[in-house]
Design a protein around this ligand. Structure first.
Ligand SMILES: C[S@@+](CC[C@H](N)C(=O)[O-])C[C@H]1O[C@@H](n2cnc3c(N)ncnc32)[C@H](O)[C@@H]1O
Length: 219
């Protein structure tokens, strides 16, 4: 197995109140959010981001940690699984224009509204069945995406990440360490179908044969 490491530590923290969100969210909001269409990205906060627009303040401070940790170098290939509009890939390119970036996301809406700089490198697709040959990419990253499928499908998705990657991968998933965090995570959740204790995730990584690195999303 890989290592637990917070490569997202420089991603700006948002003040969140999971229990306020629990009160305002209905099953219908969750159902709409899980379609990952316009409502999820660019409409109300009830069904998603409430506006998913590019701002360098998010990924620009994070990319150097990925580069340093993995030793990402000129002409390396990178896949972002659950890339949404490709903002992370854009900031990888800002940092090193020689990289070969690719993104895949189940959302037709997000891909169609991809960041102009990277749009040509993005495609619609599913983390459960990546449309790439074995070892197609030097590095694969997947941020808060794999948990959006059920537990069995998470295993498949993790084994897919392993299959297409040559040198290193990193994922973050919704998780908790204790009962308090579990309550907050479930209160906050809008789209995830698999939210597990960190030890259960590690067990799943083993079952899937996932050897990449990982960290947790906690609200
Ligand atoms: C919380 S967003 C994260 C987006 C981006 N990784 C980020 O960190 O800004 C989750 C993303 O996963 C995508 N997604 C959900 N299910 C997916 C699947 N089965 N395969 C690929 N992408 C999926 C959604 O469309 C959405 O863009």
């Amino acid at each position: 197995m890989g290592i637990e490491i917070d490569l997202m530590k420089n991603y700006p923290k948002t003040k969140r109140d999971p229990f306020a969100r629990l009160k305002s969210k209905t099953d219908q909001h969750r159902q709409i959010a899980r379609e990952f269409g316009k409502d999820f990205f660019d409409c109300s906060r009830d069904t998603g981001y409430g506006g998913f627009t590019y701002d360098a303040k998010y990924w620009a401070p994070v990319i150097p940690d990925f580069n340093d940790h993995f030793g990402i170098g000129n002409n390396d290939s990178i896949l972002d699984i659950g890339c949404a509009k490709g903002f992370m890939l854009n900031d990888f390119l800002n940092n090193n224009p020689t990289l070969k970036v690719s993104g895949i996301d189940i959302s037709e809406y997000a891909i169609n509204h991809g960041h102009p700089r990277v749009k040509e490198f993005l495609q619609i697709g599913d983390c459960r069945d990546l449309p790439f040959e074995d070892k197609s990419f030097d590095f694969s990253f997947s941020i808060t995406t794999v948990h959006n499928v059920d537990k069995k499908e998470c295993i498949k998705s993790l084994s897919e990440i392993e299959r297409v990657t040559k040198k290193g991968s990193f994922i973050t998933v919704d998780a908790y360490n204790n009962e308090t965090e579990k309550k907050a995570m479930f209160a906050w959740n809008l789209t995830a179908k698999t939210i597990l204790h960190v030890d259960e995730w590690k067990n799943l990584f083993d079952i899937a044969g996932y050897t990449g690195d990982y960290y947790w999303f906690l609200p």
